[in-house]
Write a protein that binds this ligand. Structure first.
Ligand SMILES: [Zn+2]
Length: 337
């Protein structure tokens, strides 16, 4: 999204721009680029999610500066908008600015998973659809640890797991089966995450599944689907059954196997998965103390209604993801390469 921002005074200006659609207002990053006549800019950009405005402050060194050009990197995705813009953006820049921003955010998310201990050697995936058509996805290079994933080594594949651009890396087509089934069936499934965390797997192995006994599970009342174990997910025919079991829900416990989250954005999928995983961790910890105290279903339902963390109007987890990306920046910013 490009916006021409007038500089009201020749040297300094503040602009409140509030014409963003709801999804774009959760954008992770905005930046100002210089327009003709602007020799220097400094910016302070604040996202005010609830009012859906982005506050801009621009300072131009040149008195002749009349405007600045705002480029909003919609890393929080409004796919309807991005799909429309993608062909032109690709034509203009090769790998489009949109794709570059998404690669950086996805690579950073792999690093976040590593920081949280959500890794399984070289296995598991986070997949992200690129704006299209065509329908392409980014996935981690098979054989690399999550700490080795970078924006440029993410592999671009189609729905069948085939490489669509040359890459020095392979992908794990077997691991993509679950992701492909969901991406193929659900138009809003732009991001799919799957983990084998110990707590998540422990709950997935328990007869009761997720119990309504803690602060986090109460926020997921009626939100979690289940899919029975059919063996290692390498057979495409399991996909439609998995999608049918997911139904309208966007979180799934793969029984005896692990956790799965679907989101319209990386941030939304992450917020969902984090909450489910945290609920599992607490459930497992509580089990060592004996019988857990149940939460009444009506209280849990109210918790879920009151919890706005997945709601795009309240950021849909983007603020959380941004905070964690800042942690990654301090540890190792090489994911942006
Ligand atoms: Zn798995």
């Amino acid at each position: 999204m490009r916006v021409r921002v007038p500089l009201l005074a020749p040297s300094h200006s503040s602009v409140l721009y509030d014409a963003f659609p709801r999804e774009a207002a959760t954008a992770a990053s905005c930046r100002l680029s210089a327009a003709a006549g602007v020799s220097a800019l400094s910016t302070r950009i604040a996202h005010r999610l609830r009012s859906r405005t982005v506050a801009l402050r621009a300072r131009a060194a040149s008195p002749s500066a009349s405007h600045a050009k705002l480029v909003v990197c919609t890393t929080s995705l409004n796919y309807a908008d991005l799909d429309e813009r993608a062909p032109t953006a690709r034509k203009e820049t090769g790998m489009s600015e949109i794709e570059r921003a998404l690669r950086i955010q996805l690579a950073g998310t792999y690093r976040i998973f590593a920081m949280l201990g959500w890794t399984e050697l070289i296995y598991n995936h986070i997949t992200l659809r690129l704006p299209g058509p065509p329908t392409h996805f980014l996935i981690n290079p098979f054989g690399l640890h999550y700490t080795e994933v970078t924006a440029s080594n993410l592999v671009k594949i189609d729905l069948d797991g085939n490489l669509v651009e040359p890459s020095a890396h392979r992908v794990n087509p077997a691991g993509f089966v679950v992701h492909a089934a969901i991406h193929r069936a659900l138009p809003d499934a732009h991001c799919v995450m799957h983990t084998h965390t110990t707590a998540g797997l422990a709950v997935a192995c328990s007869e009761a599944g997720l119990e309504n006994t803690n602060f986090y599970s109460a926020q997921l009342h009626g939100m979690v689907a289940y899919h029975d174990f059919e063996g290692i997910t390498v057979h495409g025919d399991e996909g439609p059954r998995l999608v049918a079991h997911l139904g309208e829900k966007r979180l799934m416990i793969l029984r005896n196997h692990g956790l799965l989250a679907v989101g319209q954005t990386i941030a939304q999928a992450f917020a969902r998965l984090w909450t489910l995983n945290r609920a599992c961790e607490i459930q497992v910890a509580t089990a060592s103390l004996g019988r857990a105290r149940a939460i009444a279903p009506d209280i849990a339902a109210r918790c879920t209604r009151d919890s706005l963390q997945f709601d795009p109007a309240y950021g849909a987890g983007q603020d959380v993801l941004d905070a964690l990306l800042r942690q990654i920046d301090k540890i190792d910013p090489s994911y942006k390469e």
